[in-house]
Design a protein around this ligand. Structure first.
Ligand code: IMP
Length: 410
């Protein structure tokens, strides 16, 4: 049977400009990632073994987002990673920089950040980039460390819905438990979660899902849903669509999830986290307008200093490894560290490769903040909630060409 449904993706749409009540620098990017945890920047890092361990989670929380520790390790190791985040002080990155030594003088007055560094040679390029990014950000946007109800840095932890021992161990320690399966709209997944969801103390984000029906079933079946992880098969390292023929591309999935939440009167109460295929701040702006509260990113930050993979030098370039959690090497590792962690699929739905090294996470976040403020400015939105009222337009094929740089010899 063919049920014709037009599936739109990020490149098919554009933000329609609208009257803006504020200047871009005044756009407020605060958002709820669950019903309880507020971010200053709508960024969540993917629970992947080449993206999020404690270094990434600490830095991202201090930059106003939140990290989700991957589960490709033993339960005790994952708990330890969460505790390392919790044991880190909650001082801002600016205070961290100021406390590094007396050759850095930071003058803070109001939102201004004036910096003098007496001995620049003490710092490598990445550290300098980080210091400058954090200082510039301070002058532009009031980022604060994100904390949980324990007053400590906030952090999420990925869990399989079938790994009840892991859920029990991490519950109440991590601020958010993030269900980490490719297709959460599955009877066994929902049955397993429905037995434990009521007793979970941490916030619970459920995913991945990609249709209106999935949202309705998840909400109907579970006693507790604090957020939805939405999008199937758009990830940069994902081969699900190619291997299985199934996909719910992220932008379309967000639109469908929003429709379902609106039907239930829950849009804005149960946050949508758009996950997979976010290549640029423009894709974040489009996700927000479609109805998301935040985005989950892997590729965008996999090349930063804070990701756990090693630097690799190839042909004069510097790279980091980035791989899907369902790639052959990642599933081998999962089986090696936790043979009881759940079924390993018989086919790989992920690939692996290299991404260019991109320096400090702070410089990526700085770029995202400025671009989101500008994008929301065009959309006429002073806050993320206002972006939900903005409009996306469908592009014709010729419009897609015209809105990119063209007719230049470069
Ligand atoms: P990216 O930001 O486009 O790189 O996508 C990251 C997202 O891809 C993650 O947050 C997961 O939802 C998803 N993902 C991670 N590993 C795999 C995989 O092996 N196969 C399919 N999707 C994956």
């Amino acid at each position: 049977m063919i049920k014709e449904e037009k599936i739109i993706v990020f490149d098919d749409v554009i933000v329609i400009p609208s009257l803006s009540p504020v200047e871009p620098s005044q756009v407020d990017l605060r958002t709820m990632v669950t019903g309880n945890i507020e971010l200053y920047v709508p960024l969540v890092s993917s629970p992947m073994d080449t993206v999020t361990e404690h270094q990434m989670a600490v830095k991202l929380a201090k930059l106003g987002g939140i990290g989700v520790i991957h589960r490709n390790m033993s339960i005790d190791d994952q708990l330890h990673q969460v505790i390392l985040v919790k044991e880190t002080d909650t001082t801002s990155l600016l205070e961290d920089i100021a406390s590094r030594g007396n050759n850095i003088n930071l003058h803070l007055s109001g939102s201004r950040c004036k910096l003098t560094i007496e001995d620049v040679e003490l710092y490598n390029q990445d550290e300098m980039d980080e210091i400058l990014s954090v200082c510039r950000l301070k002058s532009r946007y009031p980022i604060k460390p994100v904390t949980g109800k324990d007053g400590l840095l906030a952090v999420g932890a990925a869990v399989s819905p079938f790994d009840l021992r892991r859920i029990k161990k991490l519950d109440g320690v991590a601020d958010i438990l993030v269900v980490d399966v490719a297709h959460a709209h599955n009877v066994n997944v929902l049955n397993s979660l429905s037995k434990v969801s009521r007793d979970i103390e941490s916030d619970l984000i459920v995913g991945n899902i990609g249709t209106r029906e999935a949202v309705l079933d998840v909400i109907a079946k579970l006693d507790k849903v604090d957020g939805l992880r939405v999008g199937i098969s758009s990830g940069s390292i994902c081969s699900t669509g190619e291997v299985t023929g199934a996909a719910a591309p992220t932008l379309w999935a967000v639109i469908k999830a929003r429709e379902a939440l609106e039907e239930l009167g829950l849009h804005g109460k149960v946050p949508i986290i758009a996950d997979g295929g976010i290549r640029s701040p423009a894709d974040i702006v489009k996700s927000l307008i479609a109805g998301a509260s935040a985005v989950m990113v892997g590729r965008m930050i996999a090349g930063t200093r804070e990701s756990p993979s090693q630097l690799i030098s190839v042909g004069g370039g510097v790279y980091k490894q980035y791989r899907g959690m369902a790639s052959p090497s990642s599933t081998r590792r999962r089986y090696a560290v936790d043979r009881y962690g759940g079924n390993v699929k018989k086919v790989s739905e992920g690939v692996e490769g290299l991404v260019p090294y991109s320096g400090s996470l702070a410089s990526v976040v700085e770029h995202v903040v400025y671009s989101l403020q500008a994008g929301l400015g065009y959309a006429g939105a002073a806050r993320i909630r206002d972006a939900w009222k903005a409009r996306l337009g469908l592009l014709s094929e010729s419009a897609k060409k015209e809105i990119k740089p063209h007719d230049l010899v470069t």
